[in-house]
Design a protein around this ligand. Structure first.
Ligand SMILES: [Zn+2]
Length: 117
């Protein structure tokens, strides 16, 4: 018999306490449905990027580029992460603290435009 370290024992899916309140896949995260999923996803928030070049579409038209932000948490993570991506690119994954730091940095840059006394 081989011993298994506690961290190697897979946790139950979906978690006994259910999905986080922000998970939009709660109806899919049932024991009998999609057992391979194992990732909670929050709603997408998109911001259009008016200064970026448009992205050509199959029909020859263009769409405005955008940023997408959403929460995600896989079964093996101890808390939610924030995904930030541009268009269809993979983007970056941030801890909540890092996302807060980015938000503060953006706000600080906006405040830098204010006239000095
Ligand atoms: Zn979920």
């Amino acid at each position: 018999m081989t011993a298994i370290a506690p961290e190697q024992i897979p946790s139950p899916w979906p978690p006994p306490e259910g999905c986080p309140a922000w998970c939009e896949s709660q109806l899919m995260h049932q024991p009998e449905r999609h057992p391979e999923d194992r990732v909670h996803f929050g709603p997408e928030h998109q911001v259009q990027l008016s200064l970026e070049p448009g992205v050509e579409q199959c029909d020859g038209g263009y769409r405005i580029e955008y940023l997408t932000v959403y929460l995600r948490q896989s079964q093996d993570q101890d808390g939610p992460r924030i995904n930030l991506s541009q268009g269809e690119l993979a983007g970056v994954t941030l801890t909540l603290r890092e996302a807060g730091d980015v938000a503060q940095a953006l706000y600080a840059a906006i405040c830098d435009t204010a006239e000095k006394p």
